[in-house]
Each structure stands twice: as structure tokens, then as C-alpha cells.
Write a protein that binds this ligand. Structure first.
Ligand SMILES: NC(=O)c1ccc[n+]([C@@H]2O[C@H](COP(=O)([O-])OP(=O)(O)OC[C@H]3O[C@@H](n4cnc5c(N)ncnc54)[C@H](O)[C@@H]3O)[C@@H](O)[C@H]2O)c1
Length: 281
């Protein structure tokens, strides 16, 4: 094949900047009819999208969030059977109580998506204060460990289940000036693998996902615009919360029965990085 022919062939598969991608082409949506799902951080962004999707697919959903007002509004807007719970993932007793409320209301727990997190302090390590480090670690890492603990205990009573926790590209490729956040997210990936190794035989699947830029209140609070994010992402697109709902729903479903103990990127290629295209390609 000549160079020109190769160039033509590869161009045909290249997404050009600004060209919209097709919405996912999944054919059959899985059913969560009659199942119970607990979503932390479900009042906003990705957690809300996941909660809404699972409810639309038939699950009885409980949203746990530190922002009680938003959690109640989110639960009301989701409709179906949706319970709002006040939760601070950084506090083990709060997590324990939240799961107990889910079990009391719905009779058990089958699925969980651990989406709650904070970005915390932005700045170089030399400027970090003890409180900056403690709160991010408490919410983002200890919080996931507490959630895994009480979710696993509840799922063991049901004879199985599935859990997805949200890590980040920053956990795979730690970023400057958000050290505690990056370290906490690397910890999420590690504890997910630990949990998977421990509970596979209990028929509980445990995975994490690592989003790149996703247009949510957290991204906007970091002063990141979708257009800025898109040009820095290899597929030239900023993600949206529904992309994450697609992936989390898949990972929780039977379709993902052989996927266990992995971290799945959902980042438009951010972690891979851009490559410079040779002239003619
Ligand atoms: N938006 C991005 O670009 C991006 C990229 C990579 C990873 N993430 C991760 O994705 C997840 C979802 O983030 P998002 O962008 O949807 O953010 P978001 O701020 O829109 O939603 C986070 C939710 O978590 C809740 N929360 C915060 N602290 C809590 C606590 N201690 N206990 C209970 N709830 C708490 C907030 O009230 C909020 O409702 C987070 O784990 C985040 O770190 C986000």
C-alpha cells in the first residue's frame, strides 16, 4: 500500500476536531428490575446520572450525599422509588448508618456506585496544610474503604452484588498541584483491587473507573470549560455524566460478569496522550 493510500485509510478512521461522536451504540439496556442500588455523591454530576439511569432501568435507588438539600431535590427529580440519605463518606458511622437505612427501606443491597469525592486544596506540596491533606484523604480514600466495607457486608447477606467506585485519570497519572487528590484516587484503584481479591468468591464484583474531563459541577468549579477540555483530549470531546452512567451501568450488569478487579478509563484517550501526526497523515 502506498503512503498516500495509507494516509487515506487512516484519515477515514480519524475523528476530526469538532465532529460530534455518535451516542453509544449499545443495543439492549440491561434490566435492574427489583434490584437495590446505593449511589454516593448521587445529588450531582456523575452520581446523579448513574442514579437516574439505574432508576430508569428498574432499580430501587438510594442517593447518599453530604448536601442534604440537593440529595432531596435529586431524589424527587428521579422519581420512581428513590430514597435520599444524608451521608458523609469520610465518617465510617455515617456510611454504616446509610447502608442500614437502605437495607431497612428496601430489604437489602445489590449494587453500589461510589461517586462522592472532593477535589480539595489546589497547590504545591510545600504549601499543603494538615487539614487540606486530611479532608481529601478522609472523603476520597477512607470514604471508599468505608463504603466498600459496609456495601460488601450488606451484599454478602444477599449472596452477591457488584460495586463500581470512581477513581480518576489523576490516580493513574498523578497531577502536579493536586497531590492529595491524585494520591487518594491512586488509593481508590488499589483498594478496589484488594476488595476484588477478597470478595470474588462471595460473588461480589468490584471495579473502579477513571474518568478524564467530565462536564460536571466539580469540573466547572475547577474553572475548566468543556471546550478547553475537548482540545486537550485525544478524541477532541469533553465527556458528559451520561457517558459515565453508560459505563457504570454496564459494569454493574450481568454483561460484565467476567470483569472484576480492574480500573476502566473513560477519558477519550487522555491517559494515552496526543501524538504528533506525521505530514501527509
Ligand atoms: N468531573 C471530572 O472531570 C472528574 C474527573 C475525574 C474523576 N472525577 C470523580 O468523579 C466523581 C464524581 O464527581 P463529579 O464530577 O460528578 O462531582 P460533583 O461535585 O458534581 O458531585 C460530587 C458529589 O459528591 C458529594 N459529596 C462530596 N463530599 C461528600 C461526602 N463527604 N459524603 C457524601 N457526599 C459527598 C457532593 O455533595 C456532590 O453531590 C468524583 O469521585 C470525582 O473525583 C471527576
Amino acid at each position: 500500500m502506498s503512503l498516500d493510500e495509507r494516509a487515506h485509510k487512516y484519515q477515514a478512521f480519524t475523528v476530526k476536531p469538532g465532529r460530534p461522536l455518535n451516542k453509544n451504540t449499545a443495543t439492549m439496556a440491561p434490566s435492574f428490575e427489583g434490584k437495590v442500588a446505593f449511589i454516593t455523591g448521587g445529588a450531582s454530576g456523575m452520581g446523579f446520572a448513574v442514579a437516574k439511569r439505574l432508576a430508569d432501568l428498574g432499580a430501587k435507588v438510594a442517593i447518599g450525599d453530604i448536601n442534604w438539600d440537593s440529595a432531596q431535590k435529586a431524589a424527587a427529580s428521579i422519581g420512581h422509588a428513590c430514597l435520599a440519605i444524608k451521608l458523609d463518606t469520610g465518617d465510617g458511622e455515617s456510611v454504616k448508618n446509610a447502608i442500614a437505612q437502605v437495607e431497612e427501606k428496601y430489604g437489602g443491597l445489590d449494587f453500589a456506585a461510589n461517586c462522592a469525592a472532593i477535589q480539595g486544596a489546589v497547590g504545591p506540596i510545600i504549601d499543603l496544610e494538615a487539614d487540606d491533606i486530611a479532608r481529601v484523604t478522609a472523603v476520597n480514600l477512607n470514604g471508599i474503604i468505608f463504603c466498600l466495607k459496609y456495601e460488601i457486608l450488606a451484599m454478602k447477606k444477599r449472596g452477591g452484588g457488584a460495586i463500581v467506585s470512581i477513581a480518576s485519570v489523576a490516580g493513574n497519572q498523578p497531577m502536579a498541584y493536586v497531590g492529595p487528590y491524585s494520591a487518594s484516587k491512586a488509593g481508590v484503584i488499589a483498594i478496589t483491587k484488594t476488595a476484588a481479591a477478597e470478595v470474588g468468591a462471595d460473588h461480589i464484583r468490584v471495579n473502579s473507573i477513571s474518568p478524564g474531563y467530565i462536564d460536571t459541577p466539580m469540573m466547572r468549579a475547577a474553572k475548566i470549560e468543556p471546550s478547553w477540555a475537548a482540545v486537550r483530549t485525544p478524541n477532541q470531546r469533553c465527556g458528559v455524566p451520561d457517558d459515565v452512567a453508560d459505563l457504570v451501568t454496564f459494569l454493574l450488569s450481568e454483561d460484565a460478569k467476567q470483569i472484576h478487579g480492574v480500573d476502566v478509563p473513560i477519558d477519550g484517550g487522555l491517559i494515552v496522550g496526543h501524538s504528533v501526526r506525521p505530514p501527509g497523515y
